[in-house]
Ligand binder design. Structure first.
Ligand code: 5AD
Ligand code: FES
Length: 364
């Protein structure tokens, strides 16, 4: 007889089999599982949801990930690079609207001009917002020296998804060349922690060839790496990418969405005090996707504040929401939606990962 899900949730620690059971749950059993997590976890991290204004400032990318719409080889993409003044204006928007923090995201580049540009930009944003705006960066793999320069210039969080912690699967979704090396990526995560960043990682859910066992290992990987933040969401196939050829072998979109929520709920049990993003990709499948994620464990939202003109060109996946709205529209609709999900917005607060402070004090 299989163990009951209600008994599994009560455990102090979970085996890989426990995790697979939670992640693969469906129907009534799944509903009970999610409800239990929704009820219990607010007691640990509180009701607050924190905003990180997301600026996707450029889609130039030196990488060629087989799943990504803005990969280097996709010649159909109009490439853009938002200038520093426009980025600064978006930063001021975030500051004035009391977003607390900013996420600077772009395709991956590591040339000197880029490194220097980001460093200067970080200093300008910090200066213009009286040091009040927290800054997260998400621009891929870099050298230790670069991580350090940006940290010293004012960034204090860094997101670098491992995409899949299964090395074999990693090489199935990335080209086989030195630019896409699993160990380099993993090493970057260690360097980020060493440099002093609040460090975030994440995976895609419902990739071709991916199993529930892989996903359970992904969660164990995050726990083992002792990360402070996680952002994970469903894989959504993009027709101009090589992985599109496997579209008939994927879980249906709705199932990818369900399993993504199961991942969030399960990780909340495994790592109660980390920050977890309600990923935008969830909303591409279900209009209430992010709010559903908030209910079952997420506590961070990244409203897109990229100047509207270029949003349509930052299509990592298809059906990306809010690509034709101004930032204002997004803010208004988010307020209402978050309150509907029974949560409060931590206006003007950084909302740093509680786990980070425990980690650096040696308590975790
Ligand atoms: N579907 C879902 N997520 C994607 N990403 C890239 N391409 C896709 C896709 N097709 C995610 C990756 C990357 C983040 C910026 O976007 O996980 O780290
Ligand atoms: Fe690697 Fe876009 S090319 S995530």
């Amino acid at each position: 007889m299989q163990e009951k899900i209600t008994d599994i949730i009560k455990k102090e620690s979970f085996t890989k089999e426990d995790l697979v059971r939670l992640l693969s749950s469906e129907g009534e059993e799944r509903a009970v599982f999610l409800k239990k997590v929704a009820k219990s976890y607010i007691g640990t991290i509180g009701k607050k949801v924190y905003f990180r204004g997301l600026i996707e400032f450029s889609n130039y990318c030196t990488k060629d990930c087989l799943y990504c719409g803005i990969r280097k080889s996709n010649s159909k993409v109009d490439r853009y690079n938002i200038d520093d003044d426009a980025i600064l204006e978006a930063a001021r928007f975030a500051h004035q609207n009391r977003y607390g923090s900013l996420v600077l995201q772009s395709g991956e580049r590591s040339d000197d001009a880029f490194v220097e540009r980001i460093e200067n930009l970080l200093r300008r944003i910090k200066a213009e917002t009286n040091g009040e705006l927290g800054i997260t960066i998400s621009v891929g793999e870099q050298t230790e020296e670069t991580f350090r320069r940006w940290f010293e210039a004012g960034a204090h969080r860094y997101l670098l998804r491992i995409e899949s912690s299964n090395r074999d699967l990693y090489y199935k979704i990335h080209p086989q060349n030195h630019k896409h090396d699993f160990d380099t990526r993993l090493n970057c995560l260690h360097l980020l922690k060493k440099t002093g960043y609040q460090t975030g990682t994440g995976v895609m859910i419902g990739l071709p060839f991916q199993t529930y066992e892989d996903l359970a290992d992904d969660l164990l990987f995050m726990k083992e790496l002792n990360v402070d933040m996680v952002g994970m969401g469903p894989f959504i196939e993009h027709h101009d990418t090589p992985l599109y050829q496997y579209r008939d072998q994927l879980w249906p979109l709705q199932r990818r969405f369900e399993v993504a929520l199961n991942m969030i709920a399960t990780l909340r049990l495994l790592m109660p005090d980390i920050n977890m993003v309600a990923a935008t990709a969830l909303q591409a499948i279900d209009p209430m996707g992010r709010e559903k994620a908030l209910r079952v464990g997420a506590n961070i939202i990244m409203p897109n504040i990229t100047p509207t003109f270029h949003r349509k060109d930052y299509q990592l996946y298809e059906n990306k929401p809010c690509t034709d709205e101004g930032a204002d529209d997004c803010t208004n609709c988010l307020n209402i939606r978050i309150e509907m999900a029974g949560r409060e917005i931590g206006y003007g607060e950084w909302g740093d990962s509680r786990h980070f402070f425990k980690r650096i004090s040696g308590k975790q």
